[in-house]
Design a protein around this ligand. Structure first.
Ligand SMILES: NC(=O)C1=CN([C@@H]2O[C@H](COP(=O)(O)OP(=O)(O)OC[C@H]3O[C@@H](n4cnc5c(N)ncnc54)[C@H](OP(=O)(O)O)[C@@H]3O)[C@@H](O)[C@H]2O)[C@@H](O)CC1
Ligand SMILES: Nc1ncnc2c1ncn2[C@@H]1O[C@H](COP(=O)(O)OP(=O)(O)O)[C@@H](O)[C@H]1O
Ligand SMILES: [K+]
Length: 486
């Protein structure tokens, strides 16, 4: 059993692949082995989470996920615990493995109750796993509501009930804000839905058990990003070794966004950072950061530079985009640059042609910006973030960074997208996206390949928020930018 952390780098498999892996594993083992292993793993984690529990409530559903719950109940009872099982299903319609585990729970003397206990020290959600086919309703929905209203920790078996294991969408099954700690023990494969959209809130801390079935010929649907390696600087390097970043943005009243991106690029290690402001009346120097070289956006020669374009750009960014798209050696497109491209076919053609000319481009939309680029709604984007990121990447010939909880980084169709596990809601404050754009710009300027530049910067950006001291003042975008070297 392994706890998944932001440093974990491994493959994620969708439901279809998981089913194939399960079938192959089951065929190679004596009947019922996998469920016995799954139930034992749940019991072990339950005992570790609540070693002194007097009452453990196990809510079991109508399929094999419920079977895992029965099996866990039997194992807990054998170890002196008093699990109380509630069953939302029909005994005569249970699949064979689950039916066998129901019998084992009965034989072990497990208590079956018609109603959940009024309180417990641990609740185990074994209602629905990868076979969830529609939103839970009636009894199941009521039990889930009660479970999530309790102060006790919740341990989800395989997948939080009602969460789509492929996409992380659980819009029809609210998993209300984390009142109590959440855990999820998932089997055979790690599923992408546990780590993006509503998945991170619903699952909480994820544990993985391969049930002794390691190794698979299946192709992953995505991968966890894992921590980037340190990149020590050689003694013989100089500022030219780390490249030039030019931030283009900061229309009237929005210079701050461009300055934040510039500050982030600077602190992330760019050799030189220019800030080309669209607001011609802006101050000629940023006294708080005199390292930033202020220029007029229209005068910068971008042919040897990495441009970070769009931060605070407003409608004015449209006028400079044709030249930026045509000349920037490498490019990060954010915010208003993306909004301008979304409604302009000529700019879209220019963007797509950059890939043909071997000029790397990274785009960093949040879900609404992504929706504009794909001509759909933000709800559509959130319903399948992996697919959306892939579509953005292939349609525009770019590396796409789809921001939000469980940021997705995608490029083309040949590489599985990467899901990033650093970051938290401390980043939900204005300007943090500008900082990310600047950090990616610095990595591109240092000649990192674009997919790696994006993956590493996204990881570090989130890591700063994760390691922000609990008692410290709230994280601001300015403070985030100053930590961009971490
Ligand atoms: N077999 C093995 O060896 C192993 C299996 N393992 C475990 O099995 C799990 C997969 O089991 P599973 O395929 O039986 O699916 P599961 O998630 O239990 O749900 C299917 C049942 O729920 C029903 N149903 C669906 N939605 C519903 C709703 N909203 N409200 C009400 N009912 C709903 C659905 O009914 P139907 O849609 O057919 O009408 C069907 O009856 C997997 O996640 C893992 O925990 C592991 O132990 C590894 C070894
Ligand atoms: N709840 C959250 N969990 C993880 N990351 C978040 C969360 N909220 C925001 N972020 C991150 O913060 C950044 C916000 O970017 P963006 O929405 O463009 O903001 P802004 O335009 O204000 O700079 C993104 O990198 C996003 O992934
Ligand atoms: K479950």
């Amino acid at each position: 059993m392994q706890r998944i952390t932001p440093a974990t780098a491994c493959g994620l498999f969708d439901i279809a692949a998981t089913r194939r892996i399960e079938q192959a594993a089951a065929a190679a083992l004596p009947p019922h082995t996998l469920m016995q292993r799954a139930g034992l793993a749940v019991a072990r984690l339950a005992m570790a989470l609540a070693p002194h529990a007097r009452t453990i409530w196990i809510a079991c559903g109508p399929g094999n996920n419920g079977g895992d719950g029965f099996e866990a109940a039997a194992q807990l009872r054998h170890r002196g615990f008093l699990p109380i099982v509630t069953f939302a299903g029909h005994e005569n319609r249970l699949p064979p493995d689950a039916s066998a585990s129901l019998q084992r729970a009965r034989d072990a003397g497990v208590i079956f109750a018609p109603e959940p206990p009024a309180s417990c020290e641990l609740a185990i959600d074994a209602l629905l796993g990868i076979g969830s086919s529609r939103p839970p309703e009636k009894l199941m929905a009521d039990w889930l509501r009660r479970m999530h209203a309790m102060a006790a920790p919740v341990l989800s078996v395989d997948v939080p009930s009602g969460l789509n294991a492929d996409t992380g969408d659980s819009s029809a099954t609210p998993h209300p804000g984390a009142l109590s700690p959440r855990f999820c023990l998932t089997f055979l494969t790690l599923k992408p839905g546990l780590f993006t959209a509503q998945g991170r809130d619903a699952a909480g801390t994820v544990w993985f058990d391969d049930l002794g079935c390691s190794g698979t010929g299946e192709a992953p649907a995505a991968r966890l990003a894992g921590a980037p390696a340190d990149a020590p600087r050689s003694h013989a390097s100089h500022k030219g070794s780390y490249g030039d970043v030019a931030v283009i943005g900061g229309a009237s009243g929005m210079a701050g966004a461009a300055l934040l991106a510039g500050s982030a690029a600077l602190h992330a290690g760019a050799g030189r950072v220019f800030v080309g402001l669209l607001d011609a009346s802006a101050a000629p120097v940023d006294l708080a950061q005199p390292e930033l070289m202020m220029r007029d956006a229209r005068s910068l020669d971008l042919s040897g530079m990495t441009a970070v374009c769009g931060c605070g750009g407003g409608a004015d960014i449209r006028a400079v985009l044709p030249r930026v798209l045509a000349t920037a050696a490498a490019l990060v497109l954010d915010a208003d640059a993306l909004n301008a491209i979304a409604v302009d076919g000529a700019l879209q053609t220019q963007l797509a042609s950059r890939a043909r000319r071997g000029r790397p481009t990274v785009i960093t939309p949040h879900p609404l910006e992504a929706a504009r680029l794909l001509n759909c709604t933000a709800t559509d984007i959130q319903a399948n973030r992996l697919v959306a990121a892939r579509q953005l990447a292939s349609r525009y010939g770019v590396v796409a960074v789809l921001k939000g909880s469980g940021t997705v980084i995608a490029e083309g169709d040949s590489t599985p997208p990467v899901l990033n596990l650093t970051g938290n809601a401390r980043l939900a404050t204005a300007g943090t996206g500008d900082v990310l754009a600047g950090m990616i710009g610095a990595a591109l300027a240092a000649q990192r390949p674009p997919f790696e530049a994006a993956r590493e910067a996204v990881w570090r950006h989130g890591h700063i928020a994760d390691t922000w001291p609990a008692g410290a003042p709230p994280l601001t975008a300015g403070a985030l930018a100053r930590q961009a070297h971490c």
